[in-house]
Design a protein around this ligand. Structure first.
Ligand SMILES: Cc1cc2nc3c(=O)[nH]c(=O)nc-3n(C[C@H](O)[C@H](O)[C@H](O)COP(=O)(O)OP(=O)(O)OC[C@H]3O[C@@H](n4cnc5c(N)ncnc54)[C@H](O)[C@@H]3O)c2cc1C
Ligand SMILES: NC(=O)c1ccc[n+]([C@@H]2O[C@H](COP(=O)([O-])OP(=O)(O)OC[C@H]3O[C@@H](n4cnc5c(N)ncnc54)[C@H](O)[C@@H]3O)[C@@H](O)[C@H]2O)c1
Length: 442
């Protein structure tokens, strides 16, 4: 039997951050990973996606400057950019494991399962620990339909060796929008099939409609209110079948959500309760077994399932475990972003929330296309909705622009640190930039 102070299950952003914090807190630590060291974000999520987006952004810039210095819109060469992405992702697993080795954290690769409240079994050996941290993340869900074996997921899309002539995404959430936009920049025929007519349902519908219009203008074909019933393989691709709907396509990516990776862990043996939404945790991120914590995408929570949230929870849970805090977890404002063309982002109080409580909130809508920062890039759409409380303090924002990824972070700082307009104007920002515009937004 092997003994550790703490065992972490999952070597993604949450698990790695937890392991390092526990080790630097003086604990003996082991991490178990059953797939790629580094987890979803750097191997099959945020980072490879955003590397591919670099090419889309370059193309968008050129497209916006037609007749203003440029006269052709090049397609993105998929094989080249995919290989560029690979130069980054191929080093992640060894780099992630190497970091743990150098820190003196033991690593084990393969499947482990709980056999009691404080033991797991791995390779016919029993491992005991005083505490466990479960950070097993999520994996893509696949529709339960006839022909589901013909569906691929974001995992395979991000490493396709060749972009097919036509590609179809089922779903209209973050993944479908982001990957459809990338495929479109290569010149592929792109379809997006959705079971209702409310894509990106967590976002302001007016801005989503603008984003859909932009993507349509680039040639992406949206098929709303189509309930996918079956996928049939044929000689030269697949047919997606819905009620009164048929679509022939070369490849189909299922992007209908992600599910917690709990199967195989035998959580019941450790007294840990969970549901289809994830592992149940309390305000200290303890599971129903108080010695076992769960963090990151694998937990059932209302906060968005994102890398920085996973890291925040890892720091909190392990600080709590180390006795560094006794407070319940308290999340700061969490920005969320859809990396399309343009990018859509929100933080804090949402537009529907503000609309439902006009006595509490004021919404200031701005068309930013004429503002210098956006005008110089000739952005076709750039808009913001900033939400203020009764004290004129900004409490929420939704923005739609190519530069939303930078803008939303500045707005997040202002919301989180309660920076007023008067305070902001006391600072000097580099000009002309997204940051220097902020004094006119908040
Ligand atoms: C296509 C895509 C794009 C994304 N883009 C963004 C983005 O732009 N920004 C953002 O913030 N977030 C993004 N995300 C979400 C982000 O990747 C996750 O929120 C983040 O990776 C969560 O970290 P985690 O450590 O909780 O889980 P993961 O990163 O999923 O890590 C969990 C690890 O546990 C391992 N594991 C699972 N079961 C076991 C087991 N039984 N034993 C041992 N190991 C196990 C898994 O193999 C995995 O390595 C994206 C996700 C996807 C899929
Ligand atoms: N930029 C980012 O931060 C980013 C990017 C990608 C993924 N992520 C993370 O990954 C998670 C999963 O992303 P996702 O896009 O798979 O999930 P999602 O929950 O954002 O979207 C799933 C979509 O599939 C639709 N859907 C469900 N069942 C369907 C069906 N039967 N037919 C057609 N459509 C159906 C849903 O209505 C929804 O629009 C996100 O919630 C987020 O946490 C984040």
């Amino acid at each position: 039997m092997k003994n550790y102070d703490a065992i972490v299950i999952g070597g993604g952003p949450a698990g790695l951050a937890a392991a390092y914090n526990l080790k630097s807190g003086g604990k003996s630590v082991a991490v178990f990973e059953n797939d790629l060291w580094g987890g979803t974000c750097p191997n099959r999520g945020c980072d490879p996606k955003k590397m591919l987006l670099s090419g889309v952004e370059a193309r968008d810039r050129i497209a916006q400057l037609q007749g203003k210095g440029y006269s052709d819109i090049p397609f993105m060469n998929w094989r080249d950019i995919e290989q560029f992405k690979e130069t980054y992702t191929s080093k992640i697993p060894s780099g992630s494991k190497g970091g743990l080795d150098s820190a003196g954290i033991d690593t084990f690769h393969g499947d482990a399962k709980f056999i009691s409240e404080n033991e797991i079994q791995f390779d016919n050996e029993t491992f005991h620990a005083d505490n466990f941290v479960i950070a097993a993340g999520q994996h893509p869900s696949i529709l339960n339909i006839d022909g589901s074996e013909n569906l691929l997921t974001s995992n395979e899309f991000l490493s396709l060796k060749q972009m097919p002539k036509s590609i179809t995404f089922i779903g209209a959430g973050y993944i479908a929008f982001e990957l459809a936009n990338i495929a479109n920049a290569t010149g592929a025929e792109v379809h997006l099939v959705h079971h209702n007519d409310r894509p990106l349902k967590a976002f302001d519908s007016e801005f989503v409609d603008d984003m859909v219009s932009q993507m349509k203008s680039r040639g992406i074909k949206f098929h709303f209110n189509v309930n996918t019933k079956q996928v049939v393989k044929n000689d030269d691709g697949y047919t997606l079948v819905g009620d009164d709907f048929k679509l022939n396509t070369d490849l189909i990516i299922c992007a209908t959500g992600r599910v917690p990776s709990v199967e195989g862990l035998d959580l019941d043996a450790a007294g840990i309760e969970y549901s289809a939404k994830g592992i149940q945790v309390n305000e200290n991120l303890q599971t129903t077994n108080k010695n076992i914590y769960a963090i990151g995408d694998v937990i059932a929570k209302s906060e968005p399932k994102l890398t920085p949230v996973a890291g925040f929870e890892a720091k909190y849970a392990t600080d709590y475990l180390l006795g560094k805090t006794k407070e319940p977890i308290s999340y700061p404002a969490v920005p969320t972003l859809v990396y399309g063309s343009p990018k859509l982002a929100k933080v804090g109080v949402s537009v529907p929330e503000a609309e439902a409580a006009p006595d509490k909130y004021k919404i200031v809508s701005s068309n930013l296309t004429g503002w210098f920062t956006y005008y110089r890039l000739n952005e076709p759409v750039a808009k913001s909705k900033i939400i203020f409380d009764k004290n004129q303090q900004m409490v929420g924002a939704t923005v739609l622009t190519e530069q939303a990824d930078e803008l939303i972070n500045l707005l997040t700082i202002a919301i989180d640190k309660k920076i007023s307009n008067a305070e902001y104007t006391k600072m000097i920002m580099g000009y002309p930039t997204v940051a220097s515009d902020l004094q006119y937004l908040i």
